[in-house]
Design a protein around this ligand. Sequence first.
Ligand code: NAD
Length: 497
Amino acid sequence: MTKTPIAAAKEFVRASVRHFIDGEWRKSHSDETIDIINPATEETLTTISVGGKDDIDAAVAAARKAFEGPKWRDMPAAERERLLLVLADKIEANLDEIAAIETIDMGMPYMASKFGAIKAAVSAVRYNAGWVRRIGGETAPVSAPGEWHGYTTREPVGVAALIVPWNAPFVMTCGKMSAALAAGCTVVIKPAELAPLSTLRLAELVAETGFPPGVVNVITGDGATTGSLLAKHNDVDKVSFTGSTATGKMILQDSIAGLKRVSLELGGKSPVFIFPDADLSKSIPGAAMGIFANSGQVCAAGSRLYVHDAVYDQVIAGIAAFAEKMTLGDGLDDGVNLGPLISEKQRVRVMNFIETGKSQGAKLITGGAKPDRKGFFVEPTVFANVTPSMSIFREEIFGPVLSVMRFKDENIDELATYANDTPYGLSAYLWTGNLNTAHSMIKRIKSGSVKVNGAGMEFTLPFGGYKQSGIGRENGRFGVEAFTEVKAVMLGYTSGA
Ligand code: NAD
């Protein structure tokens, strides 16, 4: 009898796993390990190795050798594109199993994992495959005396370290990795220690696809040891990091000695505005899912909601009702649409924010408790009467906690000031039927993306942050170009010679 995808996923996560270096699975040089916990059940699934200096050196050396070697360097662009497309097909063929691995490892409800995150990963790899034969330069008129051909080329930056968080690991890893490979880089991936398993499954599919050894390497481990060693490594040319703003700042500091190229996708505290002319049948569930999807563990979560006085009562009641109808539980169970938080530490952190919110005078509308069951769950929570001095307004909670504020005047300059009252600038959401309102707000909001009457991620558009939400952009053409250097060429020639 063939295994069901969920059985296959369970078997995979229980298998002992190692680092993927130079096209083969290798035992770690270090004996240190980390237990991997299913956040819905608190059971230990497996252990991973903490990659140390020797492991990182081996992975970076393999990536360097592959980068300089003819198999990858001289591979025709069409072949590189084909390999990425084959990988996308393999991910798609194993969609159910990978979705289940992600659910078991980090808690995301299975349906969201399958039809949201993992499907999006397939799309991202296919999209970036399309860039392989489209990355190009420009010609430029040269004014120096004589005859010249002036042009630019884009070349891969080299060995790229991809350091990824746990909140949607597979899609983020696939997005970064396929952009880097499309540009011609080789990569060393360091998945998050809290949810590394889908990345290890990805490495198996990479091996089956036939990429030359060393083009993709995966080293497991924590941030303080493995991540830091990788980010600081002298032979890494570029670090592409997604994670917290605090870690991003450390990585930027670590890059100074070698002036490494760095892209940082960091935290957010994104504002949402519901105007009186919004279609409430869409904006209420939209705003609710904007904070409760993935249990709020989304960098672009709409965590600060501003609602116009005319629709305030209806919106608050609608979002509270939505929250109360959510089915919380193990993401593998039918009908569950709210999974656990990633860890006990994160649950305690989120509960502390909730307690502080109450003590600072915010009005608890719904939720606010830890359900009496195993797993790192927190109820979907809505606070009203939140003021900008409260910590639930200011800090990225990374949990299912919404802060709601009321506004009366539609003074666009003032509303934009509210939106921008944060050190972050990742995303913003507007719900309105009025084009003037939308355009005026879009122009004034300081964030890397603005979504009007909807939400969601689109790989064809760049994603990244203003201010402390990051440096650089992922996705779209910008995402691939971030893994390239520009070379300017001035080629002098003699007419008719
Ligand atoms: P984190 O910064 O703790 O860890 C992210 C990754 O960095 C992990 O792989 C970790 O092991 C590694 N790491 C930790 N310390 C390191 C160090 N000193 N040097 C090198 N690597 C190190 O973040 P997290 O808690 O895993 O993820 C949550 C954060 O990620 C949130 O702040 C969230 O907003 C952010 N995030 C941002 C985006 C985005 O695209 N902007 C997307 C998802 C998550």
